[in-house]
Design a protein around this ligand. Sequence first.
Ligand SMILES: [Zn+2]
Length: 207
Amino acid sequence: MNAMPRAHELGLIGCHVCGLVCRDTQVPDAACPRCGASLHRRKPDSCARTWALLIAAFILYIPANVLPIMRTVSLGSVDDNTILSGVMELWVKGSPDLAVIVFTASIVVPMMKFLVMGTLLLSVHRGSHWARAQRARLYRLVEFIGYWSMLDVFVVSLLTALVQFGFFSAVEPLPGVVYFGLTVVLTMLASMNFDPRLIWDGKDEDD
Ligand SMILES: [Zn+2]
């Protein structure tokens, strides 16, 4: 496979913000002539920041799952639910479609983000040139999901709506939901801090 020339080999830098391709002047604090954003060949400390945010998100994801996220009151019985027990309760109470949405938003999507970001970071550390185009695509997928992270907020509003539909007489958020919210924010920040151009760096002998 013939390697495409890289921007830095051509003496060029792309602006993160407006996309303008600028000449690499090698000046430490170079700014984009069009939008004024600072220019970097690679985002500074991208890997370290992404690791830190991802690990913090993972640590917070533990109490998010262990602690109850909501208290439901139905027909006088009060239940404190964790994410998983809430999913099971929705399933049992006859709304499997809602159970699937909550399960996807709160278990599948975060786990997938941890897995994909972890894989990207590890492969970048190893300077691996394995499946670069696919990894770039995976990163875009995580970014795309980032736009839909509000789905998790949507789930909370959905639960409130359940009160209206009469599934429960009251729903009250509990501390677990705070940890969950923090997990969502930190995974989003982790994917924003990752520089996908790093995928194309590293050893190139086989290219
Ligand atoms: Zn710019």
